[in-house]
Design a protein around this ligand. Structure first.
Ligand code: AMP
Length: 221
């Protein structure tokens, strides 16, 4: 029985952080569409360069390319016993494409935790977010500052601010979330897959609630 978790929530709700923590619990890979795009961009692939313009504006990369990239990733052998999806799907078209692809692989979505965070909190978190250029560790200058300003605690790499974490782009990303992604709340609610998690608790408490919600559906299965 595979476990496919779709983490839903606005940008900055902690999906990436929580997904990384869940990897240790579930033993399944974490697939982040944003990270896949950033990887392509870093390698200057055709796909990465095409996605760049959308990412910089806080808009969604077109469904066809996004679906192709993510479905190819989750079709690999390491996702046979499940996957933790972060940032995908973000539109109804993507959600339906995911359902079809999972069905072909004999899998289905197990649970969709919705990490609830207010708009004010999203703005506060994202504009203070810094990421390590070398290992990808994420810091927050307000809640989780690095020990040495500008450098990663884990590997000593240089910290940078993502281009799309400036206030104007964050506002546009939130708008895009409401317009394009929030319909997924209804889509998964109708399938009894949605589980609301209070994303403004401590990181530990959010992890605990997530673990409990996943455990509960796995026991039912
Ligand atoms: P994230 O790291 O999840 O905030 O994603 C960063 C950016 O990558 C987004 O603002 C989009 O431009 C693009 N992106 C990531 N995931 C998707 C997706 N599922 N559909 C379309 N665009 C995406």
């Amino acid at each position: 029985m595979s476990t496919v978790i779709v983490l839903l929530g606005p940008p900055g709700s902690g999906k990436g952080t929580q997904a990384k923590r869940l990897v240790g619990v579930l033993g399944t890979p974490h697939v982040s569409s944003g990270d896949l795009f950033r990887h392509h961009l870093g390698e200057e692939t055709e796909l990465g360069l095409m996605a760049q313009a959308y990412m910089e504006k806080g808009e969604l990369v077109p469904d066809d390319v996004t679906v192709k990239m993510v479905i190819e990733r989750i079709g690999r052998a390491d996702c046979e016993s499940g996957v933790i999806l972060d940032g995908f799907p973000r539109t109804l078209t993507q959600a339906e494409a995911l359902d079809d692809a999972l069905e072909d692989q004999g899998q289905e979505v197990t649970l969709v935790p919705l990490i609830d965070v207010s708009d004010e909190e999203v703005m506060r978190r994202l504009t203070a977010r810094r990421v390590c250029r070398d290992c990808g560790a994420v810091y927050n200058l307000v809640f989780e500052p690095p020990r040495e300003e500008g450098f990663c605690d884990v590997c000593g790499g240089e910290l940078y601010q993502r281009e799309d974490d400036n206030p104007e782009t964050v506002k546009h990303r939130l708008y895009t979330y409401y317009k394009e992604t929030s319909p997924l709340i209804g889509y998964y609610f109708a399938q009894d897959l949605l589980s609301r998690i209070d994303g403004e608790q401590s990181m530990e408490e959010v992890s605990e609630d997530l673990r409990e919600a996943i455990e509960a559906v796995r026991e039912e299965a």
